[in-house]
Every structure is written in structure tokens, then in C-alpha cells.
Ligand binder design. Structure first.
Ligand code: OX2
Length: 826
């Protein structure tokens, strides 16, 4: 460390950090400086990667003064901070976003031209940090963007995975996972801070002794430790001079550990020890909403929350801070159950390290956490076996047991004699093995519990946590998800953004309710014309991209019908597939003349968790159907199917602005919210969707006439489940469904191979857990309504414009205001 004497001895050391001049000349000069002194190369010799890195570092320089200034201001004001704890952040590319935030887009473009560089090539060089799976991770990224834009103090805490979500490729139509080594060409957006590293302990045993004054003290003697090394990322607000911090932790082996083994001469063992430690932040778990009982995953969870709590309490708060006031300085928001082990960790810090009495520590802890649940699927609620938790974190298991004991006492007091209730509510499950229910632990400890859309929050109260919501009704609340208009409108859809700004001014970028002002223009024929031209240009941009990126040839005129999201049975990509097959079947069987079919391009984008076999079979089937449909002259110019591999944030930014129709077709009661649905509506696509998640609110806001609703409602699903659902009976009763499934089953799409389609077809006919067949008829009818509506371009554009105008509510800025008001009180 450099001592304070040195720091203040130079006159420049205490002065403000100077930003480079926000001019083309200033930009060129900084860029060339970065190329020469940062990359150690000459413009004439530099590679595209050199140029990208130098450009990124240039933009970083413009942000640095604001970052340092924001940090200083935060330290001075000591305002309450949001500590967002999330195992995932699906950030998307940084360069474009940071140019937008700093208002340097045009300057950078001209500056690069002066250097003879095409900036688009440099943008394409950036590998997006895929540190998340899907909606949950992308939501976290939208939230930190909004908080910075609203100048709310926030530290996003998470894990710097060395390998993010796998890169998906297709071989013989099947998903193949390629490791995502996103760091291999260098990462200009991160700053390692070794001086803030933290030691994290695992394993070992505990011992309780009694002090002279009769107080029990627990000491945990761990077995092994790892170092948490923080990497800081800038999170700039939109043109407001604010830059918040995302602090992602990377695991390192401790030197002491290494050296000891090295000195004993066992080099292989030393390397193994290092591997064990560094494995912790090696890979992101490639799942979305179904946990695998993996020890490494629990290690990851504890690792990052232990680092984060330590970081805030010991390295961020002033040394003399009175921890009884902790809740006035921080609220830790638990992004689903992944960080819930932070609760016993804070108790451990307060009781074992800081010497608080249990009751006082519990009072503090309860005020410092709030919990967001993102699912309704019972299999997605994390449960850790007590054996594993006790082995890895013995002290934490003891603390959890004590929390549970005291909580169950409270239940017994409120409901004397109801032992069934006590068993139901226990944080500890006894069957099939003793295990910790993390969602219950979170609910017991948190000051607030929220779902992510109105319907979800209601089902969370009524179905998932009914006993808890009866005990503490005031604890439960809703905050409907949102998405950042900066990335998903302004950056992704420049053409629409310019049209919006020309029409209603640029206030909408940070105040999305202003989109309401667009409503009257829905009735303006000239505006509708411009709006259609924007959509058409976006489609052409997409067509070009998919030609270059995937070798796909798509007709740029057809309706673009898009279903992009993680592959999961409950999301029902198979329902979409049955629709496509039925349209194709109608034509090839001669029932419907090809000319009567509305030209459509169907686009899928989806990754399947590598261990989720049925999901991978569905991917195979979509690709197989695409191959045949695209090659069959009978439907040429009418139906085409595109499944570009490796759907990610970068691709979403190109796909969503081009879409006409947004597919949100999950079985009612299964999709907690969805956020893709919001992005599509904001970009002027119409939704075909079930009464599920945030679809309910989208439909209410945009109006029934501008939304294609279909399918069973959640109570109807419940009722059918209770009555007993037999998919084969539905198949027998609907000739069109029968014909569609028979065509699939015949091997028509798989070169006659019936075995290849059997896993999906058999599942639909004999299990169909998510009632695809039950909703098939309603879905096809709704799609016929879509065709009819699309046939009137003026009416369609009017609806599309109204979708944009009425979707301002789905800004993540609004979500953040709701969290601030209902949960954080920051
Ligand atoms: C997802 C939910 O499935 C999705 O409905 C929601 O929009 C998103 O989280 C953000 O709230 N893992 N991913 C999710 O939940 C879990 C668990």
C-alpha cells in the first residue's frame, strides 16, 4: 500500500481526476494513447482485438472521473445502500451501453473513422459476459442499470465465473455445448482489487465454550479456506454522471496452503489444492430454475455471500460503525434462494465475531434482508441436505437449527396444538432426508418477501407459502419486473428511438411513462407509415445478420413470429412447434392452398440445460422440422423456420426490434413473470400469450384488442389437474391435432426415423405435464386471429404503436421505485 504521505505530497494527487475532452480530437488522442501505451502497439500494426481493447479503455477513461466521484460522494453521505446479492448477472455487451451512457456514440464513430476503423467491427469483437442463464440474471442487470440512472447507491454482488453460460452450437440438429472462455482475449471492463481480497472458510468443526460471565461462545475451526478476489465493474447511469459498482468475486487458492504442500514436495497435491479452490468460480451452473444438488454450487453460494458481507461490513463501513444501525446503511436483496446462506452468515458475524447476543443479532439480521422469489415450480425451490450443509458449513447449520427452533416456538404460540402446521412450516424438512428449505429460511428472516408479477405474487402467497402469508400477511408484497429502456429500446432499436424522440422528445429514455404521449399518433396514417418503415428496416438488419452469422436465408417480407427464452417444458416450445407442423400439414396434405397461408418466418432461440434431456430432444425436433419445412417447395415463400444457435443478450438486441409477433405461451401459473414479453411489447410486437406471469398486466395495459389471449387460466389448469388430465384423449378428439402429431410421429421430419421423434411425441401423448395438447385448439384459433389481424397492416400498426405507448410501466426504473417504496425504504 502507498502511504498517505506519498499520496498527498504531489500537488496533482489530491486534485480532481480529469476526464479526456469529449471531442473527436480528444477521443482520437486518448484512443491512440491507449493503443500505444496500453496495448503496446501502433495503429498500423494493431489487430482488431487491440483496437477493441483500446477503444474500450478509452470509453473507460471517460467514465473514470464519474466513478471515483460517485464513490467519494457515497462514502461522504453514508446513505443507505442496496446490496443486490445475485448469483447471476447477464450483462450483455458493455461497449455500446457505455458509449450510450456517456453520450459518446457519435464522437466515437467519427473518431474511429478518422483512424480508418469501422466501429461496428470493434463492437462485434466484444464477447458478452454471459454470467447468467436467463431472465433472473438479466433482471439483475436491468436493476443495477436503473439504480445507477436513478442515482441510488447500490453495490451489485456476484460471481466472476471464468466460464459463463456455454456457447451453443448445433451438430446434426442437436445441441452441443462449447465452453465460453469469455476472458481469453482480455477483459477491459474489469478492475481487480487484490487489496480488498477476503478469506472464506469451509468445513471443519465447531466448539462451544462458556465465558467467565456465563455467556456461550462458539468457535468454528474450518478445514480449508479460499481467497475471494474482487473485480469491479462500472455501472454507469444514463448521462447523469453517476457510476455505481458491480463487485464480482473470483476464487483463488491461499498461498499458505499452497506453500505448505509445495514444501513437503507433493507438487501434484499442491496443484490439486489450487484446483479445488479455483473451481469455485470456474463455471456458471447452466440451469434456469431447477437446482442440482451439487456441492460445488453450495460452495459458490456461500463463497460469494461470505465475501460480500465481509466486504460491506469490514471494508466499506467506517471502522467505528455501530452495527446496531446496520439496517440504516444496507439492505441486502436476495435474488431468489441462491444467496440465502447470507442469513446465517450475518448471524455468525454478529454473534461469533462481533459479540452480539443472539436476540439482538436476530433483530438486526431481520431488518437487513429482503427476499425475491422468482418461481412457482416446486422443484426449483432450493433444498440443501443437512448432511452436506453441516459438512461444508457446520456453524451455519447450527445457526439455522436455532433460527428454526425459535421460529417454530412462535408458530406454536400463535397456533397451540397444531403440530401439523409446525411440521409444514419447519425450515427443516425431514423427508426424504433431513434438509434445509432455503425459501422458508429466507421467508422467516426477511423483512419483505416479493413475487415478480401480480399473479405470481398472489400464487406465491396462496400456493407456495400459504402458512407464512397467513402468519405474516404484511410481509408479502409484489413488485412486477421491468426492463431497462436504455439497452432494450434506445440501444437495441436506434430507428424506433429516433422516431420516438422526433415525435415526443427524448424524455422517455429515463421516464418511460412518457411513451403515453405517443397514443394519439396511432391514429396518424403518416406516423404509422414511419413506424412500419422502422420495423421493416429492423427486419432487414436481422435478415442480414442471420445470413452472415448463421448462413440462414430468410424472406424479409414475412411476418416475424418469435419465441426466444430458455428451453423448458413449461414454456411450451412444443406448442409453437405443433402450430408450425399443423400449418405445414395443412398445405402438404392439400387441405389449404399455399396462397392462403400468411407468410411467416418463425424464429426460435433457446438453450437447454446440458443435463435436461427432454429439452435437448425438443431442440433436435425443432431443427429437424426447420430443415424439412425450409426445403419443401410446397411451402416456399410461405413458411420458414429459423433457429439461430446461441441465443444471448446480443442476439436478443437484434431479434426483438424486428419481431411482429411475440410468443408468450407458458402454461398458466408456471411463468413467474417473464421479461422478454415486456421487451417485445416495448419494441412494437403484438403478443400471443396465455394468462400467465406479467402477460396479465401487459394485456390489461395495452388493451384486450391489442393482445391475442388464449388458453386455460390458472384455476382452469388446477381444475383439470384435479379432474385428471389425459393427453391421449385430447389427441383422439381433435382430428387436426391427430394429423399434426401423426405427421411428426411418422418420421417425416427425421428421414423416416420414428425413434428420433419418440421421446417428445411419447411424452406429449402420455404425460404432457404442461398440458400442451389441452391448449392446442385454443392456440390455433388465436393464431388464426393473428393472421386475420395481420392482413390489415394499418390496424396492425395501430395496435403495435399502442403496445409501445402503453408499455412504459414495464421500465425497470418503475420496478426500482416500487422496491424503494415497498421494500428498501432507501
Ligand atoms: C426467472 C423466471 O422463470 C421468469 O419468469 C422471471 O421473469 C425471471 O426469473 C425474472 O424474475 N430462475 N429463473 C427465473 O426464476 C428462477 C428460479
Amino acid at each position: 500500500r502507498i502511504g498517505p504521505a506519498f499520496r498527498t505530497s504531489h500537488p496533482l494527487a489530491s486534485g480532481p481526476v480529469v476526464q479526456p475532452a469529449p471531442t473527436v480530437d480528444g477521443f482520437v488522442e486518448t484512443f491512440l494513447g491507449e493503443l500505444n501505451y496500453g496495448q503496446g502497439t501502433l495503429l498500423s500494426q494493431s489487430t482488431v482485438n487491440d483496437q477493441y481493447l483500446a477503444l474500450a479503455r478509452t470509453v473507460r477513461r471517460y467514465l473514470m472521473a464519474d466513478w471515483l466521484e460517485t464513490g467519494t460522494r457515497r462514502r461522504q453521505t453514508q446513505q443507505k445502500t442496496v446490496g443486490y446479492l445475485s448469483a447471476e448477472y447477464l450483462l450483455g455487451r458493455q461497449l455500446g451501453n457505455n458509449l450510450l451512457a456517456t453520450n459518446l456514440q457519435d464522437i466515437a464513430q467519427v473518431a474511429m473513422e478518422r483512424c480508418g476503423i469501422d466501429i461496428a467491427t470493434l463492437r462485434a469483437q466484444e464477447v458478452e459476459p454471459g454470467l447468467g442463464n436467463g431472465g433472473l440474471g438479466r433482471l439483475a442487470a436491468c436493476f443495477v442499470d436503473s439504480l445507477a440512472t436513478m442515482d441510488v447507491p447500490c453495490i451489485g454482488y456476484g460471481i466472476r465465473y471464468e466460464y459463463g453460460i456455454f456457447r451453443q452450437t448445433f451438430e446434426a440438429d442437436r445441441q452441443v455445448e462449447v465452453p465460453d472462455s469469455w476472458l481469453s482475449l482480455g477483459n477491459p471492463w474489469e478492475f481487480p482489487h487484490p487489496e480488498r481480497q477476503v478469506l472464506v472458510s469451509f468445513g471443519g468443526s465447531t466448539e462451544t465454550t462458556t465465558d467467565a460471565d456465563g455467556r456461550e461462545r462458539c468457535t468454528w475451526t474450518p478445514d480449508w479456506q479460499v481467497i475471494g478476489m474482487p473485480y469491479h465493474y462500472m455501472v454507469p447511469g444514463h448521462r447523469n454522471g453517476v457510476v455505481n459498482t458491480l463487485r464480482l468475486w473470483s476464487a483463488r487458492a491461499t498461498q499458505a496452503f499452497d506453500l505448505q504442500i509445495f514444501n513437503s514436495g507433493d507438487y501434484a497435491q499442491a496443484v490439486r489444492a489450487q484446483t479445488t479452490a479455483e473451481n469455485i468460480s470456474k463455471v456458471l451452473y447452466p440451469e434456469d430454475s431447477t437446482p442440482q444438488g451439487k456441492e460445488l454450487r453450495l460452495q459458490q453460494q456461500y463463497f460469494f455471500v461470505a465475501c460480500s458481507l465481509h466486504d460491506f461490513i469490514d471494508n466499506t463501513l467506517p471502522a467505528d460503525f455501530d452495527l446496531r444501525r446496520l439496517h440504516q446503511r444496507i439492505i441486502f436483496q436476495l435474488n431468489d434462494t441462491h444467496p440465502v446462506i447470507a442469513i446465517p452468515e450475518l448471524m455468525r458475524i454478529l454473534v461469533d465475531r462481533k459479540g452480539f447476543a443472539w436476540d439482538e443479532a436476530w433483530e438486526i439480521t431481520q431488518k437487513c434482508f429482503a427476499y425475491t422469489c422468482h418461481t412457482l415450480l416446486p422443484e426449483a425451490l432450493e433444498v440443501w441436505s443437512a448432511e452436506l450443509l453441516g459438512r461444508l458449513l457446520p456453524r451455519h447449520l447450527e445457526i439455522i437449527y436455532r433460527i428454526n427452533e425459535e421460529f417454530l416456538e412462535e408458530v406454536r404460540e400463535a397456533h397451540p396444538g397444531d403440530e401439523m402446521l409446525v411440521r409444514r412450516m419447519s425450515i427443516i424438512a425431514e423427508h426424504p432426508e433431513r434438509a434445509v428449505r432455503m425459501a422458508y429460511l429466507a421467508t422467516v428472516a426477511a423483512s419483505k418477501v416479493n413475487g415478480v408479477a401480480e399473479l405470481h405474487s398472489q400464487l406465491l402467497r396462496d400456493k407456495v407459502l400459504p402458512d407464512f402469508s397467513r402468519l405474516w400477511p404484511e410481509k408479502f408484497t409484489n413488485v412486477t419486473n421491468g426492463v431497462t429502456p436504455r439497452r432494450f429500446v434506445r440501444l437495441a432499436n436506434r430507428r424506433l428511438s429516433d422516431l420516438l424522440t422526433e415525435t415526443i422528445g427524448d424524455g422517455w429514455v429515463t421516464d418511460l411513462d412518457r411513451l403515453r404521449e405517443l397514443e394519439p399518433y396511432a391514429d396518424d396514417a403518416g406516423f404509422r407509415e414511419q413506424f412500419r418503415a422502422v420495423k421493416q428496416a429492423n427486419k432487414e438488419r436481422l435478415t442480414t445478420l442471420l445470413r452472415v452469422r448463421d448462413g440462414l436465408e430468410l424472406p424479409p417480407e414475412a411476418m416475424l413470429d418469435v419465441m426466444v427464452k430458455r428451453l423448458h417444458e413449461y414454456k411450451r416450445q412444443t406448442l409453437k412447434l405443433l402450430h408450425i407442423v399443423s400449418l405445414y400439414d395443412d398445405v402438404v396434405s392439400g387441405r389449404v392452398p399455399a396462397e392462403q397461408v400468411t407468410p411467416r418466418t418463425f424464429v426460435f432461440g433457446a438453450k437447454a440445460a446440458p443435463g435436461y434431456h427432454l429439452a435437448k430432444e425438443i431442440i433436435f425436433l425443432i431443427n429437424a422440422v426447420a430443415d424439412v419445412v425450409n426445403a419443401d417447395p410446397a411451402v416456399a415463400g410461405r413458411l420458414s423456420v429459423a433457429f439461430p444457435a446461441n441465443y444471448n443478450v446480443t442476439l436478443a438486441e437484434k431479434l426483438i426490434p424486428a419481431a411482429d409477433l411475440s410468443e408468450q405461451i407458458s402454461l398458466a401459473g408456471k411463468e413467474a413473470s417473464g421479461t422478454g414479453n415486456m421487451k417485445f411489447a416495448l419494441n412494437g410486437a403484438l403478443t400471443i400469450g396465455t394468462d400467465d406471469g406479467a402477460n396479465v398486466e401487459i394485456r390489461r395495459l395495452v388493451g384486450d384488442e391489442h393482445f391475442f389471449l388464449f388458453g386455460m387460466t390458472e384455476p382452469e389448469v388446477e381444475e383439470l389437474t384435479a379432474r385428471g388430465y389425459t393427453p391421449s384423449a385430447v389427441y383422439e378428439s381433435d382430428p387436426q391435432l391427430r394429423s399434426t402429431i401423426d405427421l411428426l410421429a411418422s418420421g417425416h421430419f427425421t428421414g423416416g426415423d420414428r425413434q428420433a421423434v419418440a421421446p417428445v411425441v411419447d411424452n406429449l401423448l402420455h404425460q404432457d405435464s404442461f398440458m400442451v395438447l389441452a391448449d392446442f385448439r385454443a392456440y390455433l384459433d388465436a393464431q388464426a386471429r393473428v393472421d386475420a389481424a395481420y392482413a390489415d397492416p394499418d390496424a396492425w400498426s395501430r395496435s403495435a404503436i399502442l403496445n409501445v405507448a402503453r408499455s412504459g410501466y414495464f421500465s425497470s426504473d418503475r420496478s426500482m421505485r416500487d422496491y424503494l417504496e415497498r421494500i428498501w425504504h432507501a
